[in-house]
Design a binder for this molecule. Structure first.
Ligand code: GTP
Ligand code: MG
Length: 210
């Protein structure tokens, strides 16, 4: 396993993971990524065409995790493209909007599709986004939490608008991913461990995004 020398003399290893966001259009996938990567929120975020690619790193105790993020388009006409993005992904965030029951049903279908067709060891997180819109809530926390538990998913309610749980959900995924290559064989794209310091390769030029 390769390792890098941090300025403090501390050893750190750098792991790269492919992560895909899936979910109905307008649930806030791009907004979550924008919040995580750039710390911004746009009230009038444009609907994604095809997919967008961004990177961001998070620091764990002895590991820097670099996410290669594929933000897919939720509009139905792009559905057939999704396998291109979740194929070989080590992690997925399936997003729904807590104010819209249909988006929760759609999220469940994405989870089923991932369980059938994505890498067997993929780490899946369910994000109930727009948690700031509490007065318009339709999907109860307990219902989604129970569903996530039954299906072995990480679960958090998030808000790209207020930043609630946005870094936390990526961090929880980073913690759950295998850092030693176990369970992530070459057929999945593997876990690439590269040499370098914690900031290498980050678009943001920052590391611990907490
Ligand atoms: P597609 O690209 O079409 O698949 O949509 P998307 O899932 O990427 O949604 P997007 O991030 O474009 O957000 C849709 C709308 O919801 C935008 O107007 C955002 O400003 C808004 N939005 C996103 N996240 C939140 C949130 O947490 N709270 C609130 N109140 N609005 C949000
Ligand atoms: Mg989008």
């Amino acid at each position: 396993m390769a390792s890098g020398q941090r300025p403090g003399g501390q050893q750190t290893k750098v792991c790269q993971f492919k992560l895909v966001l899936l979910g109905e259009s307008a649930v806030g996938k791009s907004s979550l990524v924008l919040r995580f990567v750039k710390g911004q929120f746009h009230e009038f975020q444009e609907s994604t065409i095809g997919a967008a690619f961004l990177t961001q790193t998070v620091c764990l105790d002895d590991t820097t995790v670099k996410f290669e993020i594929w933000d897919t388009a939720g509009q139905e006409r792009y559905h057939s493209l999704a396998p291109m993005y979740y194929r070989g992904a080590q992690a997925a965030i399936v997003v729904y909007d807590i104010t819209n029951a249909d988006t929760f049903e759609r999220a469940k279908n994405w989870v089923k599709e991932l369980q059938r067709q994505a890498s067997p060891n993929i780490v899946i997180a369910l994000a109930g986004n727009k948690a700031d819109l509490t007065t318009n809530r339709i999907v109860e926390y307990d219902e989604a939490s129970a569903y996530a538990e039954e299906n072995g998913l990480l679960f958090m309610e998030t808000s790209a608008k207020t930043a609630l749980n946005v870094n936390d959900i990526f961090l929880a995924i980073a913690k759950k991913l295998p850092k030693d290559g176990e369970g992530a064989g070459p057929s999945q794209g593997g876990v690439r461990v590269t040499q370098g310091n914690a900031q290498e390769g980050s678009k943001m030029g920052s590391c611990c995004n907490k």
